[in-house]
Design a protein around this ligand. Structure first.
Ligand code: C2E
Ligand code: MG
Ligand code: MG
Ligand code: MG
Length: 281
């Protein structure tokens, strides 16, 4: 009876579809232009040692400072950037700017082991030139590789595992550490974990919100931490919003954490004010 529903319905449907396609095309064109204009900048969220809340590093989080659209958050551009593969260029822009900023902090504040942890789209790990790209970038910036970490999601570990494994191994040989982001939310077949040279599991924040109210979340977190420990990996809890979650995670032997309770993501100049100079001898 589709015909009986009348012509009008199709037109409404068509025109809303048309609008969606059109706005996606405009967004894509704007993202392209923004990449050329270097409008993507990192915000930095401190990662702390849970035992003393000392800052050990930062996660770099992309923000789009658009001439046209104002301040744009990742959920408004990342998925389209992924679909169009423009994400690779955004990732490289964020990673290079983050490494330059970290180099500056290392020189200015004398911290010797701070790191920056950058998100890389999983498809980037299917590209055999990734390690060389990263190596060239580090050389351009003049930052030793041990100060860089990359975060990827479980999606990268599902297929084409030979090239992904080769890329990870090459990055590790450079000295870049590798983190598995949002752990526990993917298609977690635990069997793959030991096949990849991962350094850290980041426990997804969906398990961390008000841990004490969810016995099953506590069990999952404990299992993730034990698993990581057995595989000689570290853990970072993400999305920690209150003292009780921070305390519980620490008691469960999670070493590091990040979340609004400690620090919100902030632009570099705000972070600079929070970093206390180390006494240099
Ligand atoms: P993610 O990598 O899991 O990053 C953590 C997200 O949680 C960030 O959102 C951060 O601002 C937010 N967050 C941190 N602490 C808390 C907290 O206590 N409570 C809550 N509710 N949220 C918290 P953001 O910055 O909006 O980024 C969202 C996602 O976009 C990231 O999730 C990552 O998947 C993606 N993304 C961000 N920057 C980049 C980038 O440069 N490249 C790529 N490929 N993806 C990026
Ligand atoms: Mg991340
Ligand atoms: Mg995450
Ligand atoms: Mg996430």
């Amino acid at each position: 009876h589709a015909k009986d529903m009348g012509k009008g319905r199709y037109e409404v449907f068509d025109s809303s579809m048309h609008k969606k396609v059109q706005s996606a095309m405009i967004l894509e064109a704007d993202i392209r232009e923004a990449i050329a204009k270097q409008e993507f900048v990192p915000y930095f969220q401190p990662i702390v040692r849970l035992s003393d809340q000392e800052i050990v590093g930062f996660e770099a989080l992309a923000r789009w400072k658009s001439d046209k659209r104002g301040f744009v958050m990742p959920n408004n551009f990342i998925s389209l950037a992924e679909e169009t593969n423009l994400i690779m260029a955004i990732d490289m822009q964020i990673i290079e700017k983050s490494c330059r900023q970290l180099k500056h902090w290392l020189a200015e504040f004398g911290h010797s082991s701070l790191y920056v942890s950058c998100n890389l789209y999983s498809n980037h790990f299917f590209d055999a030139s990734l390690p060389q790209e990263i190596e060239n970038m580090l050389e351009r910036v003049g930052l030793p590789a041990k100060h860089l970490r990359v975060e990827l999601t479980e999606r990268a570990l599902l297929e084409n595992s030979d090239i992904v494994l080769a890329n990870m191994t090459a990055l590790k040989q450079l000295g870049v550490k590798i983190l598995l982001d949002d752990f526990g939310t993917g298609y977690s077949s635990l069997s793959y974990l030991h096949r990849f040279p991962l350094d850290v599991l980041k426990i997804d924040r969906s398990f961390i919100n008000n841990i004490h109210e969810h016995n099953n979340h506590q069990a999952i977190i404990k299992t993730i931490i034990d698993l990581a420990t057995n595989l000689q990996m570290g853990t970072v809890g993400e999305g920690i919003e209150n003292a009780s979650d921070a305390k519980l995670l620490e008691q469960m032997d999670c070493m590091y954490g990040q979340g609004y309770y400690f620090h919100k993501p902030a632009p570099a100049h705000e972070i600079s004010r929070q970093l206390t100079p180390c006494i240099q001898s």
